[in-house]
Design a protein around this ligand. Sequence first.
Ligand code: GLU
Length: 516
Amino acid sequence: MFRRSVSSCVQQRHALDTVGKATRVRFAPSPTGFLHVGGLRTALFNYLLARKRGGQCILRIEDTDQTRLVPGATDALQSALTWAGIQFDEGPSQGGNFGPYVQSERLEIYQKYAKQLLTDKLAYRDFRPLAQRQPGARAAALMREAYLPPGEDEAQERIARGEQFVIRLKMDPDRTFEFEDAVYGAMSFRPYVVNGTSDDPIIIKSDGWPTYHLASVVDDSEMAISHVLRGEEWLPSMPKHLAIYEALQIKPPQFVHLPLLINADGSKLSKRSGDVRVDDYRVKGIEPEALVNLVALTGYNHQHSEASEGEMLNMEQLIDDFELNRISHSRATLPTDKLPFLNRRHIIQKMQDTQQKSTMLARLRPLYAAEIGPDIEAGISDEALLQVASLGCQRVDTLAQIPASTAYFFQKPRWNSKECRSFRQSIPDQAFDAVLTDAKQFFKDIMTWDSSFLHAQLQDWMKKQVHGRAAVQKSLRTALTGLKAGPPVADIAFALGQSQTIGRLHEALTWDQAQR
Ligand code: GLU
């Protein structure tokens, strides 16, 4: 029934933009586990909307279900969000004027609201033992008739005796709840039956803690939240939330329910079908910018028609592009096959960004030390390391792969490798000797060791070679790197420097001749 009402409303979607009210959004995770890519997408869309509109993005920790808390989860969530580049304006670590931002520190606030609802006779204490409190298929009003809540005096006596109770909101079972969702359009829940059952929702549990529903509504109001962006899995809770808003006489915020990220087969995103934790991607060497890029464009209609999920966009561009009415209505699958490409593109961009120079060096140095040994690594200047890594990053999927793919710059090439030997078998000794001998002379004759000059000269020289361009190029690459593939030969030579280039060609030739 719920699904049908969702799809029937899809056609009626409107581009809702609350004008005039300061945009304040919140990401409200429960510390019950790690940050999933679905959670990252929700956090990101909140962040993009806040930044686009010059508003505030708030982090609120929803820890009212104490039975589901996972130790360390709050820290893990925060560090995954920080890694992803999502900055909150207010939150447990940032503070702010609307705190505290952890629900377990706000219990008195919820009690105050619950008390108000009791006083207004819009809520009641239910002292029935748990077993008798189970919701039936009958409407809530009938349940209330069957259960006559005690008057205030009797209730106080029973509380003094230590009797347990929950507080329930009175709900009209015939009530139709309507609201306009920014993604799903006009929504209508009628009658108040979700998943075949009807019940007066609990707002305060028997341990005195609020349920998510009360805490969420109270906090969104107390924190002046203008837009609630969250996963579509919360749509079934809307009647409860709207009933609480109504009872408290609070105007609800703009709701923006986000269609789920799903597996390719349509099932719920799960570990079985790949990585779901943000941390899984971090550990695999995915750059935060690449993951954010992919997640932001999944289930989102980018304004530039050529932009697809494979399009490279940085956070600034994502913010610039963000509009609520571009969020897609349908569930989407994360196209993780685009990640290697996006990751490489973001690594290349970061390598070219002078502001990121020291960060990239700090990340690369230990990786090089592990690959070529700390002594050799310590002898490489920052400039040389960045130059070489910039060449290497064009051909890798992760930053961690750069040192291995460029180690030959700092170590003697391995000419007896399988790839070298197989290439050597394909070219006669005479031709190989002639190419390397001529190349040595060519590099010696270069008067100005300048990158573009070298490129142009080498092009000309190669054209004149009788053994064919491919054979010449492969011979030089083999001699200089010991590998079959890599950056253009002119780039390799330029980075090695004139004397190293000549020296390597000479050594390669001598080594090769000694093997015959
Ligand atoms: N604490 C809820 C969750 O972790 C958030 C729901 C909401 O955003 O209202 O999914």
